[in-house]
Design a protein around this ligand. Sequence first.
Ligand SMILES: Cc1cc2nc3c(=O)[nH]c(=O)nc-3n(C[C@H](O)[C@H](O)[C@H](O)COP(=O)(O)O)c2cc1C
Length: 324
Amino acid sequence: MTKDELLESFNLKIPVVASPMFIISQTELVKECCKNGIIGTFPALNNRSTEGFEEWLIELQESFKEWEEQTGKKAPPYGVNLIVHKTNPRVNADLEVCVRHKVPIIITSLGAVQELVDEVHSYGGLVFHDVTNLRHACKAIEAGVDGLVLVTAGAGGHAGTRNPIPFIAEIREIWDGLILLGGNISTGQDIATALQMGADIAYMGTRFINTTEAVAEDAYKQMIIDAGTDDIVYTAAVSGVPANFLKQSLTQVGITPEMWNTKNKIDFGKGLSAEAKAWKTIWSAGQGVATIKDILSVKDLIARLKKEFIAALEQQSQHLERYR
Ligand SMILES: Cc1cc2nc3c(=O)[nH]c(=O)nc-3n(C[C@H](O)[C@H](O)[C@H](O)COP(=O)(O)O)c2cc1C
């Protein structure tokens, strides 16, 4: 399928993926995203076991089927994030479940593996892969992925360091497929900006933490409302690889500014559960917090994003009158 055919097939109200977020994105969020016209996603690891993850897939598919029968509409596809890395012992079992249930979109982070891409393609699924630099993008293209997620500087979670303007331009030189832009996109105006820069879809995380369906404490959501760009700290201290966190949440657990620059992960204990515990109390968010001032239902947020997006596109076209 060409890029345009793909975009058409997604049936989107606005070009947005609510990106997968550890702990935060669970089934209610995904359901509301797709039923309101965007792509909803979640990490397989957000359920504690592969069996529980499979139950979530069944719940989602039943819910979409029922909704489509009731409304006569077609919901956009949903996606599952798999961490393809040796530290994730569940990856093979979770992939098997995805294949069995024909998950429409698989979002991979870390390894772009050709076998995985082939397996997902075999049932008609798509693979989007997270990249933070040109070298990783080349590898992912070689592996046959269907979309590149460009995770740029200032993004929530494990952000990259690239500015989106040159990064998109350099990827566009070698790839005319689907580009999803991740990092700091919080408003409809930002979505229009992403498209203007050459992306096809906005990949939004932090903005969706401040929805009623997101699984995040009220204090986390309030900290996002109160934060500006100065409150986002890029540090490897929590995960061993750099990620963006809310400064106040680092301070709350005693991670002082002297510790931010450490290249080594603070020892929270061993394995996935220790990392999960850390992410429960140390809250990640991107610089896009600067324009997040409320908590909305997913439905209301998407309605507002759409209004802002259309207004921004109209405003862009007004420049034509002056500069053409
Ligand atoms: C709290 C939090 C948890 C995240 N967890 C994951 C994850 O488990 N897997 C993943 O691929 N990306 C994860 N991300 C990254 C997002 O999917 C996405 O790349 C990023 O949020 C986009 O930038 P933005 O937050 O500035 O919109 C996470 C981001 C946040 C804020």
